[in-house]
Design a protein around this ligand. Structure first.
Ligand code: CA
Length: 236
């Protein structure tokens, strides 16, 4: 397999070089862009396999870079991980809603970075509300989209339609963080008469039905929810 190509958009040269050095050790091919403008041009021309985008940039800000990358055909579906300041929840939510696939809070370890990159590369582009016909599973949890059935440890779960759709979105994308607004769109198909707080109610009910496995659904504080097996991030 050829080396995955990463475009690193980051204005701080020393951080960029450190990331490049570490990623090259891990078998990635790295291109660097010190500004959002250059990053956008490079992404369109070179079509990287994955983009690492720092949100704190001079000139065009990271969120705007993300928005532009998502609005262009060449980069619409390129996996994108944003790099944020710790606890910058509003930016994280905004970025995820603009189509970023994941985020990393500074400071992060190389191990964490590589695990996230591999994870988004494995998942491929985000497929919000796109129905799949295969059976998706995370640990003991299984979702059969065609039959509209969910089971845990082989026994069927009795779910409402909203709960099923919510669980399906999460299970189809293990490790991916969904904002509440994204989950609402998954449930309603864009008709947002559900308020964000209702998502929390659905999640609470789902966790109850998952009983001993309720912990599979993880709360990402201030951002949303994801589903993940314990330690799944670091084993891939
Ligand atoms: Ca920066």
């Amino acid at each position: 397999m050829s080396k995955p190509r990463v475009l690193v958009i980051e204005d701080e040269a020393d951080i960029r070089e450190l990331i490049r050095y570490n990623l090259e050790q891990e078998g990635f091919k790295v291109r660097e862009a010190p500004t959002g403008e250059e990053g956008i041009v490079d992404a369109r021309k070179k079509l990287p396999d994955v983009i690492l985008l720092d949100l704190m940039l001079p000139g065009i800000q990271g969120l705007e870079v993300c928005r532009r990358l998502r609005s262009m055909n060449e980069t619409r579906n390129t996996p994108l991980i944003m790099v944020t300041a710790k606890d910058d929840e509003a930016d994280i939510v905004a970025g995820l809603e603009m189509g970023a696939d994941d985020y990393l809070a500074k400071p992060f370890s190389t191990r964490e970075l590589v695990a996230r990159l591999r994870s988004v590369l494995r998942r491929g582009p985000a497929s919000e509300a796109e129905p799949r016909d295969a059976v998706a599973s995370v640990g003991p949890l299984e979702i059969d989209a065609r039959r509209h059935e969910a089971s845990i440890d082989g026994s069927a779960l009795k779910l409402t339609l909203a709960e099923f759709k919510l669980l399906q979105a999460l299970t189809d994308n293990p490790g991916r963080v969904f904002t509440r607004a994204q989950l609402i769109r998954n449930i309603t198909g864009g008709d947002t008469h559900i308020v964000e707080r209702n998502i929390d109610v659905h999640v609470r009910s789902l966790r109850k039905k998952l009983a001993d496995h309720g912990h599979l659904i993880k709360t990402v504080r201030g951002v949303g929810y994801k589903i993940e097996e314990q330690g799944a991030e670091t084993t891939g």
